[in-house]
Design a protein around this ligand. Sequence first.
Ligand code: NIG
Ligand code: FE
Length: 444
Amino acid sequence: MTPDSRLQTPDSSSNSQLFIVNCSQLVTLAGPPRPRVGAEMRELSVVEDGAMLVRGGRIERVGTRAEVEPFVGAGAEVLDAGGRLVLPGFVDAHAHPVFAGNRADEFERRAAGASYEEIAARGGGIRSTVRRTRAATGDELFAAARRRGEWFLRTGTTTVEAKSGYGLSVEDELKMLRVVRRLDAAGALRYVPTFLGAHEVPDEYRARRGEYIALVVEEMLPRVAAEGLAEFCDVFCEGRVFNVEESRRILSAARAHGMALRVHADQLSLSGGALLAAELHAATADHLEHTDAAGVAALKSAGVQPVLLPGSVYALGSRRYPAAREMIDAGLALVLATDFNPGSSPTPSMTMILSLASTHMRMTPAEGITAATVNAAYSLRRGGEAGTLEAGKRADFVLHDCSDYRELAYFFGVEHAHAVYTGGREVFRRGGAFAAQDVDENNR
Ligand code: NIG
Ligand code: FE
C-alpha cells in the first residue's frame, strides 16, 4: 500500500465506514466485468481471512485484513463476521413474487396424484392465481409481496426479478407492475421488473386467443412502455400456451418498445423456445428442460444466457432436469434461479437451488455460486452493481453460518444466512442463542 493511495482514501467524516473483518472465506467473485463461462465458473476469487470496507452503501476495499486495514478511518464501525463465510447477496433472475392467495389446495391434489397440466387444463394453475390476483387491490398485493420479500432476504437474496403475468388484463398487468415499482422503492430488496402479459390466455379469451395476443401487443405493451414499468418482456412459449409464432410476434413488439427479452422456453416440451430466444437475441432463455443439442448450440452462437430452474423440476415431481453440464461445457454463461411462484416452484431459497444443482445437475458448488450471483446479475443488466464483492459496487453481502462455500450446497434445508446487508445496511440478523436447548436439558 503506497502512502499516495492512503491519501486518496475519502474523508470518513462525510459518511461513516463499515469495516467487516474475520471472514473465514470472503467469496468476492472478482474478475472480468462480464458473465463467467467454462472453467471461469469454478473460480470464485476467495480471500481467506478476508476483510471489506464499505462507505456510503458502496464497497470501498476488499482484500486480506492487512491489505484493507490501512484505509480504515477513525470512527469506522467494525463488523466482526465471527469466522463466517461472506458472499455477495444472491441475485434471483427468474421469479414470480407478486400474486394473491396461494395454491396449497392444488399442491395437496398433486400429492394425491393429479398432474400440474391436468389441473391447469381444468382451469386451475396459473388461471386460478389470476382470478385471485385480479380480485386483490394494489395495496393487498403489495402487502403480500412484502412478506415474501422477507423470505428472499432471509435466505440471502438481495436482488430479485419480478414478473407480472397473473393479471392478464391491461389494468391488472399495470397494477402488478406498479406494485413491483413500489416494492423496489420501499424496501431493502431490489426488484427488476419484467412484463409477462403472455403468461397464459385468460378465461375470457379462451375461444379467441388471437384477440388476446392483439391486446398484449396493441394495448398492454404500449402502456407498460409509456409508464416505464418493465425492463424486460417474457413469454411462456409452449405448444399449449403461446406457440413460437405467437411468441415471436409479442417479443418482437416488446423489442420495438425498447425492452430486452427473456423467454420461458422448452419447459414442458421441445417447443422451439430456445431457438426463438437465439433468433431474437434474447437476454435469457429460461427452463430448458427439453432443449436439445441444436438449441444449446443456437444459444451459444447468439450469446443468450440460459436460466435453469431446478426448483420447478423438483416441485413438479419430474426427473427431467436441464442439461447444465452440457451447457457449461459448451461455454454458456449459465444462471440459476428459483422460479419462485405459487404453482410450479414455491421456494424463494437460492441455497435450495444450489443443492439441487449439485445433486441433480452435476454442477459443482462453485459453478452454482457463480450462476446464482455474477452471471445472474449480468443477465438482469445489473452486473455493474451487484453479483460480486468489488470496489465500487453496491454493498449487498451476506454472512452465512458456515466457514466453507461448499457447505451452502452440501447442507440442504438449513437456513445458512446469518446476517444480510443491502446498500451497506443490516436488513436481517438471525436471532441470538438458542435458549430452548438449555430449557429442554433442565426439564428432562
Ligand atoms: O415458470 N411456466 C410458466 N410459469 C411458471 C408457473 C407459474 C404458476 O404455476 O403459477 C413457471 O414455472
Ligand atoms: Fe417462470
